[in-house]
Design a protein around this ligand. Structure first.
Ligand code: GAL
Length: 654
């Protein structure tokens, strides 16, 4: 961690290959310039083949082999894969899916975070592992579990979670009267008269009460958090001078990442650029997906980097970096030549201190045989390996690990409760919280900005422009915090701002409730536009078409002096305000990439920030006194007086 430049690592699986390969692999990894190797996140059945019978000899040897080659080992708690003996002897640990079916042993993540029995086994294996390796000189740190929430596993809709949910609610509300009021249970006769009448909100005849769902999501999120914190406490006790991290996942929404990151030394995340673009529905046209099929989309990737850097406001690791084709998306193209380099350096520029490739050798068995690694199945170096051989890492300085070495002046606000509330009642099928957030983010990146993604309640004092694309949940405290921020920064809000209170209801005085004073407007109507249906807006110097979502406002001119900047020129909201500006605060009610880009460019200038409209596929990212100029296009581009080759980057001194 003290090295002055970006370091590289790899995920390896000694338990997948004969042990006569281990020393050889470790030497090759070192020779490739790698510093760390992450192992053992799925190896519980090899560590403890029968309950209470530990077998450490193989892991001792594997750790020794890496250490002997000069690699630092990241060890994992293996709780993402409870072994067969555990699942069969204690079936109460198994999770239940939304349809009420038990999710059985045979792949991974088959456990309920709330299961007291599983908690006990999780603490026991963590303790045993930390006792044995906590002080091992070859072990640099720990990863907890693997990708919490992957395969929709953050929430279990029955079993142990269903049993624990009423107690969590009782602790929160104290009385059923308070819960019934908060949830609005007068509606459809949903009042409860006993705590144990309350279940997770699945298997219902029709729509779910959003307040019920919101609390169930909060409960599940707290349960993930407390599950991890039990492991972290054991690791801190038995391995006090090693780091602890967790590898978060792309666009995972099943728990509050800000809460689950607390208590970690740094955040890691797993970056699969082509897979995530293919997999994600709701952002990016088919044409865009085809255009970026071999690299992934730069903004889609850096959104994650910026989000994960923002969880703790610290440099982070990419714990799993795609280095060839993946196996889990609908289509899995080979990455372009140069993509592994571009992904690696983009990660550095957005705050990664270590990039770790997934995986060393392609698996010759089981679920992931179609997935690539740095070595092919036959152990010959694959395309990613060849790219890494050419890296000049000294070009990528880190700066001090505990300082903010990436220092944007623009903040984009993001929180998981707003996400949950937005997506439970999307009201327009083709829009989602993430899609709306990425649309604003991509506009800022296309205008040459570095962006911090931060929680709305975080310190906002260092920013000149704050953008809140979809801040659905509003509280009086949050409103006050934003009012303070507006004293020194420009703020732009997107649609559905302050639609809900903390309990998931709407404000009694209508939206945006406590934020009306800051926005200088009140919501009149919202309009959901199916594909093909659009409306138009007109501003002082610009008009454009609006798709998917259109909301209108009544500006509070008299009291607050707010100005209508854009109005609808057709449709049911004809003549009404689509964009209102109140001092340094703007609310945009119409969803249109063109409108958003146009308005953000103006707000950036008004906030005193330089604006540069970048060519398609060109992006700039700044870190530690350098600018990484990136070309994500399959063709060369002219930029800044030079030619950038296809899928390539240049490092410039600022
Ligand atoms: C990740 C996971 C890895 C592996 C990889 C394949 O989500 O953590 O274990 O499955 O995907 O791309």
């Amino acid at each position: 961690m003290n090295d002055p430049h970006l370091q590289l690592a790899v995920c390896d699986y000694p338990e997948h290959v004969p042990k006569d390969r281990w020393a050889d692999y470790a030497r090759q990894q070192k020779a490739l310039g790698l510093s760390y190797v992450r192992i053992a996140e799925f190896a519980w059945a090899r560590m403890e083949p029968r309950e209470g019978q530990y077998e450490w000899a193989w892991l001792d040897e594997a750790v020794e082999a890496s250490a002997a080659a000069g690699l630092k080992v990241v060890l994992c708690t293996p709780t993402a894969t409870p072994p067969a003996w555990l699942a069969r002897r204690y079936p109460e640990i198994l999770p239940v899916d939304r349809e009420g079916k038990v999710r059985d042993f045979g792949s991974r993540r088959h456990y309920d975070f709330a299961s007291p029995v599983y908690r006990e086994h999780s603490r026991r294996i963590t303790h045993a592992l930390a006792e044995r390796y906590g002080q091992h000189p070859g072990v640099a740190g720990w990863q907890t579990d693997n990708e919490f929430g992957c395969h929709d596993t953050a929430r279990s809709w029955g079993g142990a979670s269903a049993a624990a949910f009423p107690g969590w609610l009782e602790a929160k509300y104290g009385t059923l009267e308070a819960l019934n009021t908060a949830w609005g249970n007068a509606f459809w006769s949903m009042d409860y008269s006993e705590w144990n009448q309350i279940r997770p909100p699945n298997l219902l005849v029709t729509e779910v009460n959003p307040s019920h769902l919101l609390d169930f999501y909060r409960f599940a999120s707290d349960t993930v958090q407390s599950f991890q914190s039990e492991q972290v406490a054991i690791l801190r006790e038995l391995s006090p001078d090693r780091f602890v991290t967790h590898n978060f996942m792309i666009f995972e929404s099943g728990f509050d990442h800000y809460e689950v990151a607390k208590g970690l030394d740094f955040v890691s995340w797993d970056n699969y650029p082509t897979g995530m673009l293919e997999f994600f529905t709701g952002w990016g046209s088919e044409d865009l997906k085809t255009r970026y099929a071999r690299t992934g989309h730069p903004d889609f990737i850096s959104f994650q980097h910026d989000l994960y850097r923002g969880l703790l406001h610290r440099p982070f690791w990419v714990m799993e970096q795609q280095c060839g084709q993946v196996n889990w998306a609908p289509y899995n193209p080979l990455p372009a030549d140069g993509a592994v380099g571009l992904w690696t350096m983009q990660a550095w520029a957005h705050g990664a201190d270590v990039v770790s490739y997934f995986r060393w050798r392609a698996a010759t068995m089981a679920q992931e045989v179609m997935h690539s690694g740095l070595l092919r199945h036959d152990e010959t170096p694959d395309r990613g390996h060849h790219e890494i051989e050419g890296f000049r890492l000294e070009q990528f300085p880190l700066g001090a690990v505990d300082s903010k070495t990436v220092q944007p002046k623009v903040a984009l606000l993001h929180d998981y409760e707003s996400l949950w509330l937005y997506d439970v009642q999307k009201h327009a099928a083709s829009l989602s919280y993430w899609a709306q957030a990425v649309t604003y983010y991509a506009a800022l990146r296309g205008l040459g900005q570095d962006v911090d993604i931060v929680h709305p309640d975080a310190d906002l004092s260092g920013y000149a422009l704050i953008v809140a694309p979809a801040l659905t949940l509003m509280t009086p405290e949050r409103a006050e915090h934003l009012e303070e921020a507006a004293q020194h920064a420009h703020i732009v809000f997107g649609p559905r701002t302050a639609y809900r209170t903390a309990s998931g209801r709407t404000p009694e005085d209508g939206q945006p409730g406590v934020l009306a004073g800051l926005l200088g407007s009140k919501l009149l109507n919202f309009d959901s536009l199916r594909p093909g249906l659009s409306v138009r807006v007109q501003g002082p110097d610009h008009a454009c078409e609006v798709h998917t979502w259109a909301e209108s406002y009544r500006a509070l001119e008299e009291r607050h002096g707010a100005d209508v900047v854009y109005r609808y020129t057709d449709g049911p909201q004809h003549g009404r305000a689509a964009v209102v500006r109140h001092g340094s605060v703007t609310v945009i009610g119409a969803h249109s990439e063109e409108l958003i880009e146009h308005l953000l460019a103006g707000e950036l200038r008004a906030a005193g920030l330089p604006v540069e409209r970048l060519p398609e596929g060109v992006r700039l990212s700044r870190r530690a006194g350098k600018t990484l100029v990136q070309n994500w296009n399959a063709e060369p581009v002219q930029y800044g007086g030079q030619t950038l080759g296809p899928v390539s980057f240049e490092v410039m001194d600022d």
